[in-house]
Design a protein around this ligand. Structure first.
Ligand code: SF4
Ligand code: FES
Length: 365
């Protein structure tokens, strides 16, 4: 059998060899770092994904060795395969950076800027992308799209106004579950994720749509409004699960398990799909065998408060008391013996479903 053909491709002045048929995006991921374009809709584990969001645009300044003409327009790197001798510009192209900023602004056109109350804040790819491109504000003056609310069951909250129609959740339901019950209904400006007849999504693997959603359109009802992700400590844990691999990330605060998610790789993609039982029903530390802290990108807001917990990091010396007349830094560090946030008799992580205002201490107290 002949050996697989290798193509030489240069991305942002770095040359690598990849098998024929590799997309520019995947070639760039092999180089890694900033050279890899952002991807809001492509998902390597979902067949057919990509080509929807346009955040992965790149400039092809040389088509190939045989035909060196540049491609006339920017191309979606997740859908364009490399050619031998191709030269690509990602962050080294002003055109790309400018176009990407425009794409982000378009994605934010109808997206509510409600990060302060969105459960996805701190781990939202759109939030990161908008800040990276200086597009966290808005120039849009018209009324944003609104949708009729759809209840899609006890576990998953759909916030259609935040959806960017990346189709990842549709592919997930198609490829992971035996029956897809939701999809994109209508077209153009009216397109929305919904079920045709009000239905709950209750397949055993449907919880994975929460993990693949790049924004806060699909969130975990059992975690809703209970904590900010950057206050939680991600740890790797596993259990003997008859349905899935049982390998998860627990999001803990103290001894409490607030949320269970799949483990995600450096591209924000799920490493192994997990079942609903692991995700929604196992919220006791005793349900799990804890392996150790989950390595979090140090640029992520999630790693900011976790000096001691983050792998390879050392807790800096605490100087607050010394410079503040010996007063303890508890309030500043948000560490309390007794919670001042939620009512003492309530364990937020164990509430069945979302937390409500009645679960928290009122400001009058
Ligand atoms: S709900 Fe999330 S995953 Fe589904 S299409 Fe919208 S943005 Fe994509
Ligand atoms: S990631 Fe390529 S178009 Fe969305």
């Amino acid at each position: 059998m002949s050996e697989q053909q290798l193509f030489k491709v240069t991305i942002d002045n770095i040359t690598i060899e990849v098998p024929a048929g590799t997309t520019i995006l995947n070639a760039a991921r092999q180089i890694g770092g900033e050279v890899a374009p952002p991807a809001m809709c492509y998902y390597s584990k979902l067949a057919g994904s990509g080509g929807k969001c346009r955040t992965c645009l790149v400039e092809v300044s040389k088509g190939s060795e045989k035909d060196p003409r540049p491609m006339p327009k920017l191309v979606a790197s997740c859908r364009t395969t490399v050619m031998d001798g191709m030269e690509v510009k990602n962050i080294t192209s002003e055109k790309v950076v400018d176009a990407r900023a425009g794409v982000v602004e378009f994605l934010l056109l109808n997206h509510p800027l409600d990060c302060p109350i969105c459960d996805q804040a701190g781990e939202c790819h759109l939030q990161d992308l908008s800040y990276e491109h200086g597009k966290e504000g808005t120039r849009y003056e018209f009324q944003r799209r609104t949708f009729k609310k759809h209840d899609i069951g006890p576990y998953i909250q759909l916030h259609m106004t935040r959806c960017i129609l990346c189709y990842r959740c549709v592919f997930t339901a198609d490829q992971l579950t035996s029956k897809r019950e939701h999809g994109v209904l209508d077209r153009g400006d009216h397109a929305e994720i919904a079920t045709f007849i009000e239905k709950s999504l209750d397949n055993e693997f449907i919880g994975n749509v929460i993990d693949v959603c790049p924004v806060g359109a699909l969130t975990d009802k059992t975690f809703r409004f209970k904590n900010r992700v950057w206050f939680l400590k991600p740890v790797e844990a596993h259990r003997d699960c008859p349905t899935c691999s049982g390998k998860v990330t627990l999001w803990n605060r103290g001894d409490e398990v607030y949320r269970v998610t799949a483990r995600k790789d450096q591209w924000g993609e799920v490493e192994e799909w997990i079942c609903n039982t692991c995700r929604f029903e196992k919220k006791q530390t005793s349900d799990w065998v804890i392996e150790g802290p989950r390595l979090v990108d140090r640029h992520s807001v999630i790693s900011q408060g976790h000096y001691a917990g983050s792998v390879g990091m050392h807790k800096p010396a605490e100087t607050f008391a010394a410079v503040n007349d010996g007063r303890s830094p508890k309030l500043m560090m948000d560490i309390h013996d007794v919670s001042k946030v939620n009512r003492n008799e309530i364990t937020l992580s164990l509430i069945n479903g979302p937390a409500h205002s009645t679960n928290f201490n009122s400001t009058k107290d």
